[in-house]
Design a protein around this ligand. Structure first.
Ligand code: NAD
Ligand code: UDP
Length: 317
């Protein structure tokens, strides 16, 4: 008898913003997808249309606890990503990053699965090198309010490299730069969703500090392509920057959101949170070389699509 073996992917944090897009793209590639989440920041609405798909399964689980399951690939994204959410319970954030990644690496080792690790540009901290290449070791505070996330993600990366060196686990590490798009929670607290929600509600847009700090914003479809392509590579562990290298000040972003929404909202200043990085932009040379990566969606186009999503969520007819 010939048994057709369908590949199975585990997506941790699959009901979150990025995870929900990744689940869809894996289903399109004919994977059987197990979407694991503890719903701390993720929402069932993000994957509601997938429930009932015979190739899709939801699993409520906290990655801090060990998991026994058989899969071919692990995409490990479970971790709150928005500063207000990861600062809500910093000890839990560290446990999620370190114990969660340890559990997923242990699983990958036992079942010989390749594992993708969602790392972050935050490993560069408040960078003194600009733009940031993968070879830059970063400037990270060990005791600030962002440290639970930054140091947690750094330690998680270290665990990946050690599991690779010692146990031969096939790891793929991406450093993700600020990503935005549909399925962000309106209450997420990150800058793109905050500004769009505020503009659509006619509220003031809250600029932290003077708004001169910069970020480079990546549309989620570009990021997911990068994640899939990196994980498919057979001979490269990473780390690999994935993002968009267009750089904007926070004030420029606010003005663009006002223009694209046609909102009458004003800009107001709020205190700059501690350790807020001054500038950030990925050096994408290695991504171009390794996976022929190109961020295809410019900020204005991505914002239009994201605004359309939030209009539907916030102002349904
Ligand atoms: P998100 O908050 O929308 O998604 C995170 C998901 O993980 C949520 O569904 C949440 O409920 C789940 N989760 C959190 N703790 C968990 C736990 N202990 N057990 C099981 N599930 C848990 O954020 P996102 O933007 O989709 O981020 C996904 C991943 O990408 C995170 O690891 C994040 O650090 C990383 N990342 C994101 C960005 C970005 O700009 N969006 C940038 C860098 C890195
Ligand atoms: N920010 C802001 N107003 C907001 C939310 C965030 O000015 O309502 C600023 C924040 O201080 C930071 C930038 O926007 O300088 C990006 O913040 P976000 O939380 O999206 O991501 P991160 O700081 O982790 O890159």
């Amino acid at each position: 008898m010939k048994i057709r073996k369908q590949k199975t992917a585990l997506v941790t944090g699959g009901a979150g913003f990025i995870g929900s897009h990744l689940c869809r793209r894996l289903l399109e590639r004919e994977y059987y997808v197990i979407c694991l989440d503890n719903y701390f920041t993720g929402r069932r609405e993000n994957v509601r249309d997938l429930v009932g798909n015979p190739n899709f399964e939801l699993l409520r689980h906290d990655v801090v606890e060990p998991l026994h399951i058989e899969v071919d690939r692990i995409y490990h994204l479970a971790c709150p990503a928005s500063p207000p959410h990861y600062q809500y319970n910093p000890i839990k954030t560290l446990k999620t990053s370190i114990m969660g990644t340890h559990n997923m690496l242990g699983l990958a080792r036992r079942i010989r699965a390749r594992i993708f690790q969602a790392s972050t540009s935050e490993v560069y901290g408040d960078p003194e090198v600009h733009p940031q290449p993968e070879s830059y070791n970063g400037n990270v505070s060990v005791n600030g309010i962002r440290s639970c996330y930054d140091e947690g993600k750094r330690a998680a990366e270290t665990l990946c490299y050690d599991y690779h060196r010692i146990h031969g686990v096939e790891i793929r590490v991406a450093r993700i730069f600020n990503t935005y798009g549909p399925n962000m929670d309106p209450a997420d607290g990150r800058v793109v969703s905050n500004f769009i929600v505020q503009a659509l509600r006619g509220e003031d847009l809250t600029i932290y500090g003077d708004g001169s700090q910069t970020r480079s914003f990546c549309y989620v479809s570009d990021l997911v392509t990068g994640i899939l392509d990196l994980t498919d590579l057979d001979d490269f562990t990473g780390p690999l920057n994935i993002g968009n290298d267009g750089e904007f000040t926070v004030r420029e972003l606010a003005e663009l959101v006002i223009r694209l929404t046609g909102s009458k909202s004003k800009l107001v200043q709020r205190p700059l949170p501690e350790d807020d990085p001054t500038r950030r932009k990925p050096d994408l040379s290695l991504a171009r070389q390794k996976i022929n990566y190109r961020a295809a969606v410019p900020l204005e186009q991505g914002l239009k699509d994201t605004i359309a999503y939030f209009r539907d969520v916030l102002l349904p007819e």
